[in-house]
Write a protein that binds this ligand. Structure first.
Ligand SMILES: Nc1ncnc2c1ncn2[C@@H]1O[C@H](COP(=O)(O)OP(=O)(O)OP(=O)(O)O)[C@@H](O)[C@H]1O
Ligand SMILES: [Mg+2]
Length: 346
């Protein structure tokens, strides 16, 4: 995708044309409450939202590509353009050699899409949701049933096969939607927060299923997720999106190199930290405190010295726990200037 721009129109009260010459479409239903219609108010009402602001990304065939970023960064907007559900204002999308902006109807044949919120299947049973999706994707009845059984087994959904989706818990329903998205071989899977609301066992089953589609069938996967630390195990490359722009794009290892040799040291004190120990008093100056926990981000050498100071001297008796961790993708995101929340929901 190249230079993708997508602007949502301003809420109904007043439309600001900040971006000259850009067509904003005519949707109004989803508008958020606007500021007062009094047109000369000194505070401008909210204008159009530039949800994608010149996004260019190349996703290679056969890779699992992650899209990270805080709430409202534009991730869903970006993937919805790729699925043909939303038309970009400008820019290009090429999918397996096809121009998707000119022919959005092709998307349905080339990719499987799991939306962030999916209610279309709610009246069906889990088994029927998977089977119907497989049939819609062109499989003959016996093949569709075989795929249905395989995917329900793979995701541990067999015991729920005959329950309607609307009678499932949030996590179960989400898992059933993932199952439906995975049936019928599509060369590209676009999954918008597939593991939302799932327990750890279900989440692992999903990560494994995604990895298997790539390893065994050569599928390409575009994955939006807030579960960064878990997703890291399956992602080949990652783009970090913030306010509609790509602020970084690389392999998880490459991105982590951005935060250099910094290491995170977590110290948990039993009670009061021993500030009378000079080395501890020194650490206290840079530690971020949450209850009894101190978190420090230090270059490797300094981290080693800090650990030696807390474990080797009198402070050790006061220590409940300590951990030393190399940077995670979440640290990268924070170091890139992302806001301090939103990346991990669960
Ligand atoms: N239908 C819409 N009409 C107007 N503005 C919208 C609409 N959908 C999204 N937006 C705005 O566009 C921006 C990007 O939204 P988007 O849903 O793409 O974010 P996201 O990165 O998927 O966030 P989240 O992590 O919460 O799912 C936000 O500022 C949002 O408020
Ligand atoms: Mg979203």
């Amino acid at each position: 995708m190249r230079d993708l721009v997508k602007t949502y129109p301003a809420p109904r009260a007043k439309r600001l044309r900040r971006s000259a010459g850009r067509r904003t479409g005519r949707r109004s239903g989803a508008a958020t409450p606007a500021a007062t219609a009094g047109s000369d108010a000194p505070e401008a009402p909210p204008g159009p939202v530039r949800a994608c602001d010149g996004v260019g990304l190349d996703i290679h065939a056969g890779e699992i590509f992650g899209l990270l970023g805080p709430n409202g960064a534009g991730k869903s907007t970006l993937v919805r353009q790729l699925t043909g559900l939303l038309r970009p204002d400008s820019g290009g999308i090429e999918l397996f050699g096809h121009d998707l902006v000119r022919r959005p109807e092709l998307a349905a044949r080339l990719l499987a899409y799991l939306g962030q919120e999916s209610t279309a299947l709610d009246d069906l049973t889990v088994a029927l949701a998977a089977e119907t999706t497989a049939r819609l994707r062109g499989l003959a009845a016996p093949a569709a049933r075989a795929e249905r059984d395989a995917v329900l087994d793979e995701l541990g959904l067999a015991p729920l096969a005959d329950r309607p989706l609307r009678r499932l818990s949030g996590g179960e329903r989400r898992l059933a939607c993932v199952a439906a998205a995975l049936v019928g071989e599509r060369p590209l899977l676009v999954l918008d927060e597939p593991t939302t609301a799932m327990d750890p066992v279900a989440r692992r089953a999903v990560w494994a299923a995604i990895d298997r589609r790539r390893a065994e069938r050569g599928a390409t996967v575009l994955l939006v997720t807030h579960n960064v630390i878990e997703a890291e195990t399956v992602l080949d490359r990652v783009a970090v999106l913030d306010r509609g722009r790509v602020i970084a794009c690389d392999s998880p290892t490459g991105l982590k190199a951005l935060v250099g040799g910094e290491v995170r040291v977590d110290l948990v004190w039993r009670d009061e930290p021993p500030l009378d120990v000079p080395k501890i008093a020194e650490l206290a100056r840079t530690a971020r405190r949450t209850g009894r926990r101190w978190t420090l981000r230090l270059p490797e050498e300094a981290a080693r010295a800090a650990v030696a100071a807390v474990t080797g001297g009198p402070a050790f008796a006061e220590l409940d726990d300590f951990t030393l961790t190399t940077p995670s993708l979440e640290d990268v995101y924070l170091a890139l200037g992302g806001r301090d929340e939103g990346l991990v929901k669960a």
